[in-house]
Design a protein. Structure first.
Length: 288
């Protein structure tokens, strides 16, 4: 009896998909998934799915009909390999359990299904493109996964960590909610710090006609300020005429890309190039 109860308890601690019984996962609470689905309606879900898929359904069906389930994409996937080759982690399975089912049901899926899709495409896939590279037919699996992320983003069903970063980019155009005043204050502070070792070293801001404009990641001026100090020392030692922009956009990351927020993605890229044109720099150097 004790063993039987233990088995029942273990089963209760697992999430079992009602649509795909083979999809079994540990319970992993996340307010970005658990709470946001409470605001969804069947009408909103269907409308969003159809708006994203739109005229692309033929492209998706071409992938579905061309796939021969050879398994090469699975062998290229780190999630599949690191989970004892569980077939539900294979890229083709991720497509089958998400967008293929959406098309099959003509967008008529419930909120729990959307939550499952979000868990699959955000927490069980890195959109690294390895599956697409190894596919013998060149099927763009990553494009399909990205479309599901787009649907989840528009419905607001995203893991809380990624949701916060995406919202930070929307509001501040950087991933860490750093204000413009704080950005400038950090640059001036770092110039004072390195001044103790290098008398003539500067952290130049808005230097017109510089050879290089360096663009850090958002986390560097907030939690990794030493990166700015070290970069300044490297530029100084190399004799590079460089600068940093005073205005948005200075964060070269794009968390918006990972949730497929196309509008903010465009704002970020445009802001980087607007700064380059404004300062008439010759090269942009990005942290990553």
């Amino acid at each position: 009896m004790a063993v039987k109860n233990a088995v029942k308890s273990a089963v209760k601690e697992k999430v079992i998909s009602k649509d795909f019984k083979e999809y079994i996962r540990d319970v992993n609470p996340d307010v970005g998934l658990d709470e946001t689905i409470k605001r969804l309606t069947p009408e909103k879900i269907e409308k969003t799915i159809k708006a994203v898929i739109g005229g692309r359904s033929s492209r998706i069906k071409a992938v579905m009909n061309t796939c021969i389930h050879c398994g090469l994409c699975a062998e290229a996937c780190q999630w599949y390999l690191s989970n004892d080759k569980d077939p539900t982690y294979a890229p083709v399975a991720k497509m089958r359990m998400t967008i293929w089912e959406m098309i099959k049901r003509n967008g008529k899926v419930d909120a729990e299904f959307i939550k499952q899709c979000a868990r699959i495409v955000f927490t069980e896939c890195n959109i690294c493109h390895r599956c697409s590279m190894y596919c013998p037919y060149g099927l763009d699996i990553t494009f399909i996964i990205g479309m599901v992320r787009r649907i989840c983003f528009l419905l607001g069903v995203i893991p809380q960590r990624q949701l916060d970063q995406a919202q930070a980019h929307i509001v501040t155009l950087n991933q860490v909610w750093l204000s413009q005043n704080d950005w400038l204050d950090v640059l001036q502070w770092q110039e004072e710090e390195v001044g103790a070792d290098f008398k003539d070293l500067r952290v130049p801001i808005d230097r017109d006609g510089a050879e290089v404009m360096w663009l850090p990641l958002g986390a560097e001026p907030k939690t990794g300020t030493y990166h700015i100090e070290r970069t300044a020392k490297i530029m100084y030692a190399a004799g590079v005429n460089w600068t940093l922009p005073s205005k948005d956009v200075w964060d070269s990351s794009s968390m918006s890309m990972f949730v497929r927020d196309f509008v903010t993605m465009q704002r970020i890229v445009r802001g980087l190039y607007d700064n380059a044109a404004r300062l008439r720099i010759k090269k942009m150097v990005l942290t990553e």
